[in-house]
Write a protein that binds this ligand. Sequence first.
Ligand code: NAG
Ligand code: NAG
Ligand code: NAG
Ligand code: NAG
Ligand code: NAG
Ligand code: NAG
Length: 434
Amino acid sequence: MALAVSSKIYFVLLSFLFSFSATAQPYTNVTSGSLITANNANSTWESPSGEFAFGFQQIVPGAYLLAIWFNKIPERTIVWSANRDNLVGEGSKIQLFEDERFELSDPKGQQIWAATLSGVGVAYGAMLDTGNFVLVKNNSVVLWQSFDEPTDTLLPTQTLNQDGRLVSSFSKTNYSRGRFLFTLQSDGNLVSYTRNFPMDEMNFAYWATQTTGSGFKVVFNQAGYIFLVAKNGSVLNVLSSNADSTSQFYQRAILEYDGVLRHYVYPKSANSAGARVMAWSTMNFIPSNICMRIVERTGSGACGFNSFCSMGTDQIPKCECPIGYSFIDPNDRMSGCYPNFAPQNCDEEARETELFSITDMPNTDWPLSDYAHFQQVTEDWCRQVCLNDCFCAAVIYRDGNCWKKKYPLSNGIVDSSVEGKAMIKIRNNNGTTY
Ligand SMILES: *[C@@H]1O[C@H](CO)[C@@H](O)[C@H](O)[C@H]1NC(C)=O
Ligand SMILES: *[C@@H]1O[C@H](CO)[C@@H](O)[C@H](O)[C@H]1NC(C)=O
Ligand SMILES: *[C@@H]1O[C@H](CO)[C@@H](O)[C@H](O)[C@H]1NC(C)=O
Ligand SMILES: *[C@@H]1O[C@H](CO)[C@@H](O)[C@H](O)[C@H]1NC(C)=O
Ligand SMILES: *[C@@H]1O[C@H](CO)[C@@H](O)[C@H](O)[C@H]1NC(C)=O
Ligand SMILES: *[C@@H]1O[C@H](CO)[C@@H](O)[C@H](O)[C@H]1NC(C)=O
């Protein structure tokens, strides 16, 4: 993803850098007293073009997310939300009050979320065509904007300032805060981390621009370029460059539930699509192979415990279970895997060694967290030492080295660059004894 910035691109970047204004467009005014109720009437505040809408999306029956979404495509893709960790019931309301509170309350009137204004004198709110919802004063001074509080997505004309962060969703369909975050740190370094779920801490950095001392803000400009700039405006790092224009394509950058930051485009009409399909397609993504990047001392790695990660030819990381294992939640492939057989008996008299066998998994590794390591041994010796040890879940064999692994297995990876193999122990016949 290292891109040389030609002087032509550089000019495009700079000329778009300061060319947007949140107030230069017409808008539908959300005036004092305006409200939307969460129910199946689907009322919304739309931007003048109708491309974005603000309102409630029903996520599961009876549970709503206050959100902004792309409103003209069938996918209704959500770009911002207020209450991702706290869905609200039918009858909840978002209202702009006379006293300038902009508040989401549940059917009992309890406040669930409220905008924190930077001053007083709200004249109206507006859903802009950029996808930004703003609360402004009479003189158009912005007192609050959704662009300042991103969830997992950045849109063209949006910036991410120091201390700004994107937190991935838990899964494709569950919008609550999940396992990864992407942040422009106050020291200027732009970093992707695993999140110490369910706590809101960073665990392991798996991608960074190495711009400590110089990174100032991330800009997603009108031309569809995403880059990190220094305070003096010079481009430090190009995250994505794009040949598709924002007038012809909807665009977004999202830190997805799998930890990958992807820049997507979607043709605004079949006429403008060119070679592209009428769907979200990926322009660029970071990092290039997340499976290889995450090797953390604590935590499960890019996939869940006891699973392994592989990069598909479609460039999407896949989490899979070893043979003899099943997903803990079949609907969430990052939930990890459990052995669908009873563990080996540790009793000296009934070791059951003959009831287990070892299955080879070429180019597979579960790095870190070994509990025993032997050198200058044969593969067969390594296999036997695991079969004879009731604690042993798997062994890694490489160049005469044998590493014993116990549960849960973490940082699982299968990749052609991984040398050696994993050998996993499974019960031969799980039905007879249990
Ligand atoms: C929105 O409110 C502002 C300030 O009151 C006013 O100038 C503008 O004409 C209003 N726009 C619409 C579309 O009602
Ligand atoms: C609201 O949206 C839902 C789901 O898209 C649809 O089934 C329902 O008919 C809509 N209701 C109204 C009143 O438009
Ligand atoms: C906005 O301006 C109008 C006309 O100048 C004035 O009547 C109104 O009180 C102002 N509203 C606020 C909230 O300042
Ligand atoms: C989403 O995932 C979180 C974290 O596991 C869970 O607490 C929450 O109940 C899930 N929400 C829905 C709507 O399934
Ligand atoms: C702008 O800032 C960067 C990083 O701090 C620095 O490397 C570069 O020399 C500066 N450029 C100019 C023209 O001052
Ligand atoms: C164990 O038995 C279950 C049910 O018969 C089967 O689905 C599973 O694949 C078996 N596991 C192994 C390791 O053979």
